[in-house]
Design a protein around this ligand. Structure first.
Ligand code: GRF
Length: 216
């Protein structure tokens, strides 16, 4: 079966990109990365793409006075590489509704909280400050409102006493790296679809077991 063609958009170190590169490097994985786009010329993820011999492009938002022109360039680049699914992986620019709607149900994002809680920045600090017992991460389809859209997958991570934003970020990140390749696989294998603003799954085990923290 033909592999799902991915475009990965980054702004930073690209550890999530790396998890996708690693997954795609096995022949049985049902997706391949056609292009990596960074809006920052110095993003660490660009070296990861180069090392994996994946075409990469810097499309620097600072070179565009108009957000629509910047996004037109992103769109053209994704189209040039015949991308079928856009994966935002630490891409730190808000995208206009026009762009988002052009990729509706064909663009996913990873966010380091259990959405819809803690949208935006400083998710770890805010969760620790509130004293919630779980943090986590979410993969969701992108909608024009920030960190919104049908939720595909989540991982919950217990927040320990004395947890710091740094320690929580490190814990959550290891789950992000499992979640992104798994979410892309689900889509590539046709196991999910968006219906009525939610993601529904065919033939997928959701498990029965709840998580309790602290453990009793
Ligand atoms: C991750 O925490 C992701 O959830 C958030 O940005 C960070 C990107 O990290 N959207 P990396 O660039 O993939 O290492």
């Amino acid at each position: 079966m033909a592999k799902l063609r991915l475009g990965v958009m980054i702004s930073g170190s690209g550890t999530n990109l790396q998890s996708l590169i690693d997954a795609c490097s096995t022949s049985a994985y049902p997706a391949e990365i056609m292009v990596v786009i960074s809006n920052r010329p110095n993003a660490g993820g660009l070296a990861r793409a180069e090392k994996a011999h994946i075409p990469s492009h810097v499309i620097d938002h600072k070179d565009y006075s108009d957000r629509a022109d910047f996004e037109e360039e992103l769109h053209k680049c994704l189209k040039n590489h015949d991308v079928q699914l856009v994966c935002l992986a630490g891409f730190m620019r808000l995208l206009n509704a026009d762009f988002v709607n052009r990729w509706r149900d064909r663009m996913i994002n990873i966010h380091p909280s259990l959405l819809p809680s803690y949208k935006g920045l400083h998710t770890y600090e805010r969760a620790i400050e509130d004293g919630v017992r779980f943090g986590g991460c979410t993969i969701h389809y992108v909608r024009p409102e920030m960190d919104n859209g049908p939720i595909l997958m989540q991982a919950a991570v217990p927040i320990a006493d004395g947890e710091t934003p740094k320690s929580l970020a490190a814990k959550v990140l290891t789950y992000e790296h499992q979640l992104y390749p798994a979410a892309v696989r689900m889509i590539a294998e046709g196991k999910t679809r968006v219906s009525g603003g939610k993601v529904v799954f065919n033939d997928t085990d959701m498990g029965e077991k709840g998580l309790i923290s602290p453990i009793i």
